[in-house]
Each structure stands twice: as structure tokens, then as C-alpha cells.
Design a protein around this ligand. Structure first.
Ligand SMILES: Cc1cc2nc3c(=O)[nH]c(=O)nc-3n(C[C@H](O)[C@H](O)[C@H](O)COP(=O)(O)OP(=O)(O)OC[C@H]3O[C@@H](n4cnc5c(N)ncnc54)[C@H](O)[C@@H]3O)c2cc1C
Length: 468
């Protein structure tokens, strides 16, 4: 197929973070680009993911902050939340941001095609009622919540993450989150801060199973101290509804012991599955694995070389910034640039207060890779800045290779950890040593100094703690 006989150089399917980054970068590089979207531009992240959850967390944090303020003598009386206003404020932020993506499409001359896309052959896609041809394609169709069959989602009493975003009035008195990953824990804190009694259950023996064990355990301890109940090694078998109450059967996975607890709302947050069915991938020769994820190489090419795939539909970690980076790589490769997905580490964050944030290897991963691991810790209780914020629960754990002094990872439990985690991401990309971090002047007083002190603790030279 010659370039002149096609409608577009590139058709991107899906306008989530992966898709809209790819479309805009390809247009910046001079390609004629269209982006097909069957829902709202911005995808899961802007509409029902990253952004609305952070808005609710911030609102809940306001309530917690008001209670905290009593410590320094500021009292407001009992906080009252206007739930309709809260939902409206959150929806307004989403609207502004998705409007922004549409404006960026226009400004970059990306054609927005409305409708569900499906391959008719390897160079033709049906979008809504029209057939569109292109020289290259990027599949960025994302993911959807995985279901848990005994808990069919009705978005009222049994909700997935999308249903949980619409805070009901009155609030559920008793809220259960099934799954202690980022989504389960973020909603747990939202509902807890708003006033529900909250429990989170997790099948695995630690919260956020992918995180460093020390960090995850410290984090769980702090959440419990705030009043969020967490039952680890626990699964939910099913429920019966009586008089509007949900009687949920829980089981201890080690002892097999069963118990029934009563809730008003249950969130199913047990993971996400790729949206790769109904795309006509068979006719385009694009292979998926047994779980439905599309296989790609470092250039983000699928088994059909002119068709690329990015974001949640290609697999873990299912994070917006991973999708964005892969989108840029795919667009650059299609535009003829030498680009590939060659990153040292992708940061991960749970946006509660405190945040759990990490980048690079966990201690267990570093040991498994054969490094001679050194660790350095710095507790927030020794941070002047943390004291001035009234939030001294948390720590920074830095991991390095004893032989080379190279930084291997950092695991942070602290307010706003995500804002100073990027320092360690840059260190990893630049192959910085622990000494490089120690030699970097960090502003005082800041929470980011905790990274400096954790690094110095590796060399037993932190100033504000005893170096054990
Ligand atoms: C509650 C929640 C909170 C989250 N918080 C964070 C966070 O704080 N930070 C973070 O990094 N990640 C977060 N995530 C994950 C993040 O949302 C995803 O990793 C990210 O959205 C993936 O981007 P994507 O471009 O791959 O796909 P998506 O955002 O899923 O977008 C895919 C788009 O493709 C469209 N589409 C699908 N099929 C078709 C088709 N056939 N034709 C046309 N259009 C189609 C869909 O309508 C959708 O708009 C969160 C997720 C959830 C659910």
C-alpha cells in the first residue's frame, strides 16, 4: 500500500493517556494523524481513573487536615461535606482536562474520529459508520476492571472503581474494599476520611504486593493507625443481601476459617483486564497472549509490524505514565526516529496520605538479581519539614549495590512522596551512585532531604539520625 492511497499516515485507536500522547507526538513529527475514540477523550485516567480519584483524595484530606489542625490550636467545628458539591467539583475537573485534550488535538491537527474501531483487514479499520485506511496503527484501547464472579457489579451496592467514584448521599456506613492494591487503598482512604467505617481485605500477605515489603508493611501500619482496618491473607467468597445489608463471607486463606461481616457497599478492586476483544485483531494478524494482552517488542510493534500497541492493553505495570512513554516511543518509531522503550525504571505511587511511592528494585528483587545489597533508611520522625507539616509517619528506604555504589531503588512512605520520587528516577536513568545523591545540595527544610539522608545512611553518614 503506498502512502498516497491511504487516508492517514497513522490511526491511533483509543484516546487515553497512551493514545493521545502518541497522536500528538506523531502530529508534531509531521504525520497526518487520526485518533478513534468510542468514549470520552482522556480514557480511563482522565475520566474514571487517576484524576477523579486524586480529586476525592484531596477532598478527604481536607477533612483529615481540619482535624489535625487542632494540634496547633485551629478548630473549625465538625466538618460537613456537601456530597453533591463534591461530586460536581470532581466532575468539573475531569471536564476541564478532557476539554484540554480535545483542544490539543485541534491545535496539533489530529483528527478525532468518534466511534468504536475494529480492523477489517491489516490496513483498514471501521470506525462507527466509516472505513478508514492508514499506513500505520497504534492500538491503545486500555483496560477494564476484572470481575470477581461472586460479586456482580451493580454500581450501587457492589461497585467497581467507576461506581465508587460517584460518592453516594448518604455515605455507606460500612465500606469494604476487596483488594489492597493502589485502587482499593485509595478508595478506602477516601471513604474513611469522608466518614465511613472502612475495611480492606487482601488475598496476599502484604498490601500492594508489588511494593518493597518494609515499605508496604510500614504503610499498612500507618493506614491502620488512621482507623482503616486491613485484613491480609483474606478472601471474600460471596454475600447474601438481607434488609439492604450485605452479609459478606470472608475466609482466612491460611487457616480456612470463615466469618460473616456486614457492609453497605463493597468495592471490587482485584485488578484490570486488557480491552483487546472485539477489535478484529485476528484479521489484522495481531497476536494476543492467553490473558488477552497484546505482545510487543521494544519498538512497541505487534506481530504485524505496521501495527503497534501501547499502554494497559500490552500489560503491566498498568500506569498512565507507562502508557504515555510507550505512546511517544511508538509515534517516534513510526515517524522514522530511532526510538525504543528502554527505560531503567517506571515509578509507582499509591496517592493516599501518606503516599507509598517507589522506583527501581525492591530489596527482594535486588537480592534475587544477585546484587550485594546495601540499604539506608531515614524516618520522617527525624525530618524538620515533616514536623512542620504535622505528618511524621513514614520513611525513605534507599537500596544500592555495595560493589559499585549504584542506586538501585528507593521506597518512600511520606506525604507528597510522588513529588520528590522523580529525583531517584533521574538517578537511576543516569546511573548515579549513592555518593552522587549525597553530593547534591537539597533545599532545607524539605521532605526531599529524607532521600539525601537515606542515601547518606547507606554510608553511615546521615546527620540527623544515629547511623545503625
Ligand atoms: C480508579 C483508577 C485510578 C487510577 N489511578 C492512576 C494513577 O493515579 N496513576 C497512574 O499512573 N495510573 C492510574 N490508573 C491507571 C491508568 O488509568 C491507566 O494505566 C491508563 O489510563 C492507561 O492508559 P491507556 O491509554 O493504555 O488506556 P485507557 O486510559 O484505558 O484508554 C483507552 C481508551 O480507548 C478507548 N477504546 C477502547 N476500545 C476502543 C475501540 N475499539 N475503539 C475506539 N476506542 C476504544 C476507550 O474508550 C478509552 O478511552 C488508575 C486506574 C483506575 C481505574
Amino acid at each position: 500500500m503506498t502512502q498516497n492511497s491511504v487516508d492517514y499516515d497513522l490511526l491511533v485507536i483509543g484516546a487515553g493517556p497512551g493514545g493521545y500522547h502518541a497522536a500528538i507526538r506523531a502530529a508534531q513529527l509531521g504525520l497526518k494523524v487520526a485518533c478513534a475514540e468510542m468514549g470520552n477523550v482522556g480514557g480511563v485516567c482522565l475520566n474514571v481513573g487517576c484524576i477523579p480519584t486524586k480529586a476525592l483524595l484531596h477532598a478527604g484530606e481536607g477533612i483529615r487536615g481540619a482535624k489535625h489542625a487542632e494540634d496547633f490550636g485551629l478548630t473549625f467545628g465538625e466538618p460537613k461535606m456537601d456530597i453533591a458539591k463534591l461530586n460536581g467539583w470532581k466532575d468539573g475537573i475531569v471536564k476541564r482536562l478532557t476539554g484540554g485534550v480535545s483542544a490539543l488535538f485541534k491545535a496539533n491537527k489530529v483528527t478525532h474520529l468518534v466511534g468504536e474501531a475494529r480492523f477489517l483487514d491489516a490496513h483498514t479499520v471501521q470506525v462507527g459508520g466509516q472505513k478508514v485506511t492508514a499506513r500505520s496503527f497504534i492500538i491503545a484501547t486500555g483496560s477494564e476492571p476484572a470481575n470477581l464472579p461472586p460479586f456482580p457489579v451493580d454500581q450501587q451496592k457492589i461497585v467497581d472503581s467507576t461506581g465508587a467514584l460517584m460518592v453516594p448521599d448518604p455515605l455507606p456506613k460500612r465500606f469494604l474494599a476487596i483488594g489492597a492494591g493502589a485502587i482499593g487503598l485509595e478508595f478506602a482512604q477516601v471513604y474513611h476520611n469522608l466518614g465511613s467505617s472502612v475495611k480492606v481485605i487482601e488475598f496476599a500477605p502484604q498490601v500492594v504486593p508489588a511494593a518493597d515489603a518494609d515499605a508496604a508493611n510500614t504503610f499498612a501500619k500507618i493506614l491502620r493507625k488512621q482507623g482503616i482496618a486491613i485484613d491480609l491473607g483474606t478472601k471474600a467468597n460471596g454475600f447474601t443481601e438481607r434488609d439492604g445489608e450485605l452479609h459478606v463471607e470472608l475466609e482466612d486463606v491460611t487457616t480456612g476459617e470463615k466469618r460473616v461481616e456486614v457492609y453497605d457497599r463493597v468495592l471490587v478492586a482485584v485488578g484490570r483486564r486488557p480491552r483487546s476483544a472485539n477489535l478484529g485483531l485476528e484479521v489484522a494478524g495481531v497476536q494476543v497472549n492467553e490473558r488477552g494482552f497484546i505482545g510487543v517488542n521494544k519498538k512497541m510493534q505487534t506481530s504485524t509490524p505496521h501495527i503497534y500497541a501501547i499502554g494497559d492493553v500490552v500489560g503491566n505495570p498498568m500506569l498512565a505514565h507507562k502508557a504515555m512513554k510507550e505512546g511517544l516511543v511508538a509515534a517516534e518509531v513510526i515517524a522514522g526516529k530511532k526510538s525504543e522503550m528502554d527505560v531503567v525504571a517506571i515509578p509507582a505511587v499509591v496517592y493516599t496520605t501518606p503516599e507509598l511511592a517507589w522506583v527501581g528494585l525492591t530489596e527482594a528483587e535486588a537480592k534475587a538479581k544477585g546484587y550485594t545489597v546495601k540499604t539506608g533508611n531515614f524516618p520522617l520522625s527525624a525530618s524538620g519539614r515533616a514536623m512542620t507539616l504535622g505528618d511524621t509517619d513514614g520513611f525513605v528506604k534507599m537500596i544500592s549495590d555495595a560493589k559499585t555504589d549504584l542506586v538501585l531503588g528507593a521506597h518512600i512512605v511520606a506525604p507528597h512522596a510522588s513529588d520528590f520520587l522523580s529525583e531517584v528516577g533521574l538517578a537511576l536513568e543516569m546511573a548515579a551512585t549513592v555518593t552522587d545523591i549525597s553530593l547534591t545540595v537539597h533545599a532545607h527544610p524539605t521532605l526531599s532531604e529524607s532521600v539525601l539522608e537515606a542515601a547518606e545512611n547507606i554510608h553511615k553518614q546521615a546527620i540527623h539520625i544515629m547511623n545503625r
